[in-house]
Design a protein around this ligand. Sequence first.
Ligand code: MGD
Ligand code: MGD
Ligand code: MO
Length: 912
Amino acid sequence: MNTRNMIGFQLNGEQVQALPGETLLQVAQREGINVPHLCHKNGLEPAGNCRACMVEIDGERTLAASCCRQVEAGMVVTTDSAKAVASQRMVLELLLADMPENTNLAALKADNELAHWCEIMGIDGTRFDARAPVPPDYSHPAIAVNLDHCIQCTRCVRACREVQVNDVIGLAHRGEHATIVFDQGDALAQSTCVACGECVQACPTGALSPAKPNAHQQADKTIDSVCPYCGVGCQLTYHVKDNTILRVEGQNGPANAGRLCVKGRYGFDYVHHEQRLTHPLIRREGVPKNPVDLLNTEQVHTAFRQASWEEALALVASKLKQIKTTHGGNALAGFGSAKGSNEEAYLFQKLVRTGFGTNNVDHCTRLCHASSVAALLEGIGSGAVSNPLMDVDQAEVIFVIGANPTVNHPVGATWIKNAVKKGAKLIVADPRRSDLARHATHFLQFKADSDVALLNALLHVIIDENLINTEFIKTRTEGFDALKANVATCTPEAMAPICGIPASELRAVARLYAKSKSAMILWGMGISQHTHGTDNARCLISLALITGQIGRPGTGLHPLRGQNNVQGASDAGLIPMMYPDYQPVGNTEAQRRFETLWNTPLSSTPGLTVVETMQAILAGTVKGMYILGENPAMSDPDLNHARKALAALDFLVVQDIFLTETATLADVVLPASAFPEKTGTFTNTDRLVQLGQQAIDPPGLARQDLWIIQSIAQGLGLSWNYQTVEDVFDEMRRAMHSIEGITWQRLQREHAVVYPCLHEGDAGQAVVFTEEFPTHSGKARLVPAQYRGAAEKPDVEFPFVLITGRQLEHWHTGSMTRRASVLDAIEPEPTALFNPSDLNSLNIQPGDKVSLRSRRGEITIFARADSCTPQGNVFVPFCYAEAAINKLTHAALDPHGKIPEFKYCAIAVHKN
Ligand SMILES: Nc1nc2c(c(=O)[nH]1)N[C@H]1C(S)=C(S)[C@@H](COP(=O)(O)OP(=O)(O)OC[C@H]3O[C@@H](n4cnc5c(=O)[nH]c(N)nc54)[C@H](O)[C@@H]3O)O[C@H]1N2
Ligand SMILES: Nc1nc2c(c(=O)[nH]1)N[C@H]1C(S)=C(S)[C@@H](COP(=O)(O)OP(=O)(O)OC[C@H]3O[C@@H](n4cnc5c(=O)[nH]c(N)nc54)[C@H](O)[C@@H]3O)O[C@H]1N2
Ligand SMILES: [Mo]
């Protein structure tokens, strides 16, 4: 604490010190003095409306609300004078009168704050009349509204408006008619509420509470951990009773500061779903491997019989060994998981490399940011983000392209919205109007697939108008002349017809980005999932480099990482061309290093990527696979083809928590542990290594993933003997320079450490490339890109463009979220989103069943009207097994990142 500016004053007879701007309540709390307060909550702007925290200040006629009264030098303050206490007690008594008669205050909120303060102040009843009952609103699957418990402290209003910036909750009417409303007084389920639950977390009395009945029970224990869904990496606390998760609360982590979204807060009960795998399964003799679109797995269970772990593991080992002996290690392949921990990813790739004897190991990063990573490695020598997401707080301009963070990184989006509220300028570029577009200074609704044209126009303007950072280009980059020559003809006028954005707007955006003191670029799958995904990312990298918008706080490049551990799984070497820490397998020095560390000869040939593996199976070169925590029978492009490949394997072992579409094609299915059932580290989009901690035990015979991987390794004759997760982490530290400084003890203490963290005690570097880039020359490379379109364009037979992606409540292939009761209740049916004018011209009503067909497959789905989707485009999420949209998508690959073109193919639409 900087003591120079401290303010001295007297509090309850003691001389105390405070910082300028501190409130009396803050100081009282720090001094351990109890002052009742209800409308105050740390992190929210003070409101001063409940008046429970009144204190007496010498020389003042009236009492003051300590939550919004700032300290002044020389003040004499008493929190426990007779007058102050009488007032505090009166307020509590009046608030108590607002509660329904004979209510059990803890019924809706175990740690009810009104009850807490009444107890401390010794109030056990009220002398005032109860207010008229207020009917409850139980319309929403996640949140119950019992406004008869509401004390109108407006913490929910502020949580919704200031923190999450959703602006759904308001305080309507005046005086005794004042009431909390959603939107225009709608039922919660009919409102625009996105169920982030920030209001529930803020509510002191349970007027807003989780709708699940057992959520209010008193927990036996609480465990701090991390959210299992997206790459933001929100820290949370599991409240557990009898091996059941009762509820989840946001924890004050570096990436979320207590915030969560609907999935993190309400999407946890998939772990308790009755369809959890609880026994190893072995396919019955002679049962054919027929692909199925089934979420209800009972039918397929008959294809399998239950087995003991001994039998299942012995079968796995013998089959894998047999294939290796007969056809060589390259006839085997493994897909690891970005939902698993770093330790699991590390051991999985080590198993494939040392046990199978091949580099055929990959995971969903290939379908995700592979092209971004290819461009980043080529351009700046590192595939991870340069700056944490939270840096948007320090950016003057935030440029979001091809990403829909309010849906896919909801807590990350709150930081963007907060920054905009504070004055940052936001540029959003997306063919669909996303929710974030509402907050944008410039929203560029450009034509899908035309990113290179759009971005080259921006580069052109910046160079043409001399808005470049000459010094940065000279000292820190290479290849400027070629880039300049490449965009010379890409005038905004020439690019406008291609991308559909007026030249003047392109100019305005280019100037805004280039001239700002600090500008940050964030992007997602709209950039990466194209056959020109690497080119798209190259343009973004060039934008940052020629303007010098990198290497400082509030600048840089942030490819929003998707899965909770896709950064970590990639770092740990779950990729076919790299050992851990991005050491190329073809590099002799790296190969020697890992051969020594692992005490095994290694292959120097890069392995097959995800889609290449499917092709190799059908070509007969890959014959056996181990798939852990991935569902390629739903997530791969051109599913009919991919499923045919999986079914064609001589041997497939799948390790999952459910009998997924992929598992139904397996020979052996191993029941694994869900996220809250194990301990491990997970690396978020900001390069923060965080500790996930076991909160409950796996069901039945399900075992921890790490144990299963190690058992398979032992079956293959590897002499592994890791006793704990920490043992694995310690080996990783020896293998990976970037995390060398992170100790297990520190993780247990701090729960999050950012890398690069090079030696013990290193604080870690949140912002990188401040002096140089991790390339051979230390300089970044500018790589020009030319506009070219998607591999398959619409035509007369297939006139619509299919864009696939995500929706807020569901996760990827749906295996987890469609089994999470609240999430499934909010979005139960598969829908395709159409521009209303397209529905009109096709004579389709919202809710009608339509069939969508491409050259590769066909599905039936419900139509939904969505004015955010541009005319001529159809948007479909890929989470619905009964309408598996990847049957239609195109497996054409980006030549560098080997990522398929999930974001663009041609389809026909018919009313059923
Ligand atoms: N709720 C939820 N959240 C998730 C996930 C989930 O399944 N569900 N998955 C996680 C994962 S792994 C990932 S990778 C992230 C993905 O997060 P995002 O990248 O935000 O996800 P998408 O919805 O696939 O696509 C992003 C945007 O790309 C736009 N787009 C389509 N075509 C183009 C184009 O040609 N150019 C540009 N510039 N944009 C285009 C789409 O309109 C869409 O708004 O989300 C993570 N978070
Ligand atoms: N059409 C289309 N397709 C896409 C995309 C798109 O935008 N459009 N996006 C692509 C992207 S970006 C991605 S990242 C991929 C994602 O593709 P996948 O990774 O295949 O999808 P998930 O559904 O996340 O699969 C995770 C699996 O792990 C299981 N699981 C969860 N937790 C655990 C655990 O702790 N242990 C074990 N053993 N298993 C666990 C789940 O049940 C599930 O089966 O999809 C890609 N496919
Ligand atoms: Mo992803």
